[in-house]
Design a binder for this molecule. Structure first.
Ligand SMILES: Nc1ncnc2c1ncn2[C@@H]1O[C@H](COP(=O)(O)OP(=O)(O)OP(=O)(O)O)[C@@H](O)[C@H]1O
Length: 237
């Protein structure tokens, strides 16, 4: 599958098998759109009327105190959680159409979201298979310094190594919308540089990035627009 943002035509094109289809024209203006989104989890109301417009290809840093709702918002954008009220679109697809949304999005969760009983290489192979993509997993592991751990099961990796593997997967998949939860956590200095380098490459390819982080100075090097979750609402910094 070959994907890319066609800036002139203002569409994401997706070539799969020999057919090419285009996401609706409206998506060039807004890769992500939320209107009046409320979200309740249990007794707690986490989001209180969130509006959001993210143009395709834009990088957004999502800030907020512990418990502000950053992870929750990323999960909602990835169509893992449904709004209690309000609506949203991802590349023109309604958030309720979770299959289409998940086809175009990748969420790199804070805990890396890997399969603990699969090896590093198997985790990457599986991710590629799920998206009907192909890629050089050995090169991908080498890029993040995990070539010696290729056949090691994820449950035996350190937290930083897991983060590197999750980073490698996000880079390999290069989904049109990539949501990243605390990419810098657990990483050494070289690992943080790798995050900047690999997500920087995704941005150059037109990927829309949303990065939730507690390191605004680092995240904003990738994603200059900063939004802060305060009392369940998004505020431009
Ligand atoms: N499954 C759940 N059920 C009930 N409440 C939840 C659930 N998941 C998260 N919450 C609550 O939602 C609120 C927001 O949590 P969230 O993880 O989105 O915050 P965050 O901004 O990502 O925090 P941090 O910076 O600490 O990672 C918290 O009060 C949390 O307790």
């Amino acid at each position: 599958m070959v994907e890319g943002l066609n800036v002139e035509r203002g569409t994401w094109s997706v070539e799969k098998d020999s057919s090419t289809f285009h996401v609706p024209q409206a998506t060039i203006q807004h890769a992500l759109q939320l209107r009046g989104v409320w979200l309740r989890l249990g007794r707690e109301v986490i989001l209180r009327g969130v509006d959001l417009d993210v143009p395709a290809g834009q990088g957004v840093t999502l800030l907020g105190e512990n418990g502000a709702g950053k992870t929750t918002l990323l999960r909602l954008l990835a169509s893992v959680l449904r709004p209690t009220r309000g609506e949203g679109r991802v590349l023109g697809y309604d958030l309720r159409d979770s299959r289409s949304v998940r086809d175009h999005i990748h969420l790199m969760p804070v805990d890396a979201g890997l399969y603990p009983d699969l090896s590093c290489a198997e985790n990457l192979d599986f991710a590629l298979k799920m998206h009907a993509q192909q890629g050089d997993t050995a090169a991908a592991l080498r890029r993040v310094g995990l070539e010696q751990a290729a056949s090691r099961r994820v449950r035996f990796l350190s937290a930083g190594m897991r983060k590197r593997l999750a980073l490698s997967r996000a880079h390999l998949l290069a989904r049109p919308v990539t949501l990243v939860d605390e990419p810098f956590a657990n990483l050494d200095d070289a690992g943080r540089e790798l995050v900047l380098e690999l997500f920087g490459e995704l941005q150059e390819r037109g990927v829309t990035l949303v990065i939730a982080a507690h390191e605004p100075e680092l995240a904003r090097r990738l994603a200059p627009r900063a939004l802060r979750l305060v009392a369940g609402k998004l505020v431009e910094e």
